[in-house]
Ligand binder design. Structure first.
Ligand SMILES: [Zn+2]
Length: 99
């Protein structure tokens, strides 16, 4: 059985993760290409993010090949969603159902 201190620490950590997830959702709903590219990478990439796709070696300030590639995919998703008249977050949701 966990102590109340352990449970409070776990809850605090989950609240931090929830705040980050909610912030990412807001950025996706606003059509932020980098947020959408990050979500696409999380949904689609099945590689080791260090040795095989290089995502972990970069950042949006210092993008790697993977960042650039997923940014192009994000722009295609944004354009396709606009053509279909749906928000990018809805298009991303459908992708998560195909994992
Ligand atoms: Zn990856």
């Amino acid at each position: 059985m966990k102590t109340s201190i352990q449970l409070r620490r776990e809850i605090a950590e989950l609240q931090k993760q929830l705040a980050l997830a909610e912030q990412a959702e807001q950025q996706i709903n606003a059509g932020d290409p980098e947020a959408i590219a990050t979500a696409l990478h999380q949904i689609q990439c099945r590689h080791n993010h260090i040795d095989q796709c290089d995502w972990e070696y970069g950042s949006w300030q210092k993008p790697t090949y993977a960042h650039t590639d997923y940014l192009k995919k994000a722009q295609r998703l944004i354009d396709s969603a606009a053509d279909a008249g749906i928000p990018p977050s809805t298009a991303l949701f459908f992708l998560t159902t195909l994992r």
